[in-house]
Design a protein around this ligand. Structure first.
Ligand SMILES: [Zn+2]
Length: 227
């Protein structure tokens, strides 16, 4: 069993989250709901400037939570969840295209499962500071891999959590790099009274001992994802 945690963020500096949490939502929102709805939601969140000048730097966490609140208020929770799921997938695709080195991706696809899931978890944990904001990221492997985020900023203090964004991002990465049949399900949520949001990695009952076929499937899947 391996338990790992990220250090607590420094409260004196204010929590920050990477720009994908804003820019990918803008892309999907405009494509699915139209530019007018996108403009209105970003204006309601006080973030209209991010549409004219997409940010490329770490953003204050409260900008992301403000966008989620405006998204839910304008569209309602079911449609907001769809937007956030697609934005999470888009974030995963962006990370695959621009942030995770090709050599590392090839290695992960060739390694046995669950070894590749462990290495991918280590990569996610190392980069937790870029997406979890003030949340406390922790990954456990006892009885299955679970990524937990305590004090998740996308769930704290709201009855309309945006955790599906994280689930979709994680699932896109695991499906592309660990096993094409990987799914990520949030089985506990802080917005529903849990101590932390918990994202469970679910793999098919039988996984190949050698991932050559998975490598081919993942490559095809990746081509389809990068639309
Ligand atoms: Zn949650």
């Amino acid at each position: 069993m391996t338990n790992t945690t990220t250090p607590a963020p420094d409260p004196s500096t204010g929590a920050r989250i990477g720009p994908n949490a804003i820019t990918r939502v803008a892309e999907i929102l405009a494509a699915v709901e139209g530019t007018r709805a996108c403009d209105e939601i970003f204006a309601q969140a006080g973030l209209a400037n991010y549409l004219t000048t997409p940010p490329s730097f770490m953003l204050p966490e409260h900008h992301v939570t403000a966008l989620h609140a405006a998204l839910h208020a304008k569209l309602g929770p079911p449609r907001a969840r769809v937007i956030l799921w697609l934005a999470g997938r888009r974030t995963g695709e962006y990370l695959l295209a621009h942030r995770i080195p090709r050599a590392a991706q090839t290695l992960l696809r060739l390694l046995l499962t669950p070894l590749n899931t462990r290495l991918l978890c280590a990569l996610i944990l190392r980069n937790g500071w870029t997406f979890a904001g003030s949340g406390q990221l922790r990954i456990t492997h006892a009885g299955g891999t679970v990524i937990s985020i305590a004090a998740n900023p996308l769930a704290a203090g709201t009855d309309a959590p945006g955790c599906v964004y994280f689930a979709a991002t994680f699932e896109t990465l695991f499906a592309a790099l660990a096993h094409p049949g990987a799914h990520v399900v949030e089985h506990a949520c802080a917005a529903r009274g849990a101590e932390a949001c918990e994202f469970e990695l679910r793999l098919p009952a039988r996984v190949p001992w050698l991932n050559v076929s998975s490598l081919i499937q993942s490559a095809k899947q990746k081509e389809a994802l990068l639309f």
